[in-house]
Design a protein around this ligand. Sequence first.
Ligand SMILES: Cc1cc2nc3c(=O)[nH]c(=O)nc-3n(C[C@H](O)[C@H](O)[C@H](O)COP(=O)(O)OP(=O)(O)OC[C@H]3O[C@@H](n4cnc5c(N)ncnc54)[C@H](O)[C@@H]3O)c2cc1C
Length: 400
Amino acid sequence: MDFEPDPTHAAFREEVRTFTRENVPHDLARRTYIGLHPPLIEDYRRWQRIKHARGWGAPHWPVEYGGTGWSPMQEHIFLEELYRADALDYGWQGTHMIGPVLIAFGSEAQKRRFLPPLLSGEEYWCQGFSEPNAGSDLAALRTRAELAGDEWIINGQKIWTSDAQYADWGFFLVRTDPNVKPQQGISLLLVPMNAPGITIRPIESISGGHELNEVFLDQVRVPRENLVGEPGRGWTYAKYLLDKERTASAYLYQNKRELEKAKEIARAEAVNGRRLIDTPEFAHKLARVEADLLALEWSVLRILCDEHNVHDPVAVVSALKIRGSEMQQRVAQLQIDALGPRALRTFPHYELAAALDVTPLWPSYVRGRTAQFLHLRAATIYGGSREIQKNIIAKRAFGL
Ligand SMILES: Cc1cc2nc3c(=O)[nH]c(=O)nc-3n(C[C@H](O)[C@H](O)[C@H](O)COP(=O)(O)OP(=O)(O)OC[C@H]3O[C@@H](n4cnc5c(N)ncnc54)[C@H](O)[C@@H]3O)c2cc1C
């Protein structure tokens, strides 16, 4: 491994930094700094439009579909700079999930229809996989789709569907053949979220935000050609992404930015007339988190430089997911510790969205910290729970 700074990387970083300095809207950056979750959908659309105009709507996509052809290190630098500038990094269901799946397995007509509005931020997507009795055990999903003439008719229920209330489209795993092995009877369908028969019911989160939903599908009809790839291959397509997104599960960039905020709080807060960051107790806690985050960063860099893919990619994603999500919770805890009693004041979501003026009592760094701390309790659940990741590592890395 050679991490010596490459002069072309320095120039590239400067290019991205100039772009963010000149283009990230101030109010959007303010809301991202606060950690408004979920963000305003209009912020997502606006920022996606800006990135798209620069040719950076989905840098990791192949060039022929609007990507950039950047190296993994360039993508790494790009994301680092986005977080540094409090630019929004959201809507991964579209750009990082269904987009790459359509590129790999979609029909030409699907690519033509769906990729351009996804890239430009015009159309927003949600992911309909989990069901009340099919989360970790996703293969147990029961939502059915039956072919009737030229249409699929869908019946069933999804749960924990992030942003379903905003989404124009959803990609849904559905059972199309109940008579084969569970994984083999699952297909992937593209569903317009305004289709008759869809009911979206909100689930309020512990943080006060509304991201999650139940989605009920009652005789929902979609055209036959909305099936992605072949029937019965939905499971394969759903797993395909693991190989592509090897380091995203580490949440490295978010962790680094949030650690900076923890330091900012600790520099500003005082205990017995002394800056909190200078007290041995806090300095010790901070150093431990920072050292572990540095270790995570090196793990990510090792994977990015692992050109020969010597590690099992699925086990790598799981290991990074465990460490990354735990780091998110530890960094958030550090922020809460630094805030002390101020952390007890939680701000309603609408107040966070409005980003009200700061006061000496509630400086800018207070707002949103408690909501985010509460939201991040879910970090070790979504995207596959910690226990499931450990099972995967046991199987794939150690053959147990
Ligand atoms: C904030 C948030 C956003 C989400 N967004 C989406 C979304 O947009 N779309 C979507 O489809 N889903 C989404 N999900 C759902 C998420 O994928 C599931 O919550 C997750 O897969 C866990 O499934 P479950 O909730 O059914 O828990 P369960 O599978 O019931 O698990 C409950 C507990 O049992 C443990 N457990 C289960 N099986 C095993 C086992 N074999 N060995 C050891 N322990 C086990 C789990 O680790 C967990 O602690 C979201 C979830 C959250 C919290």
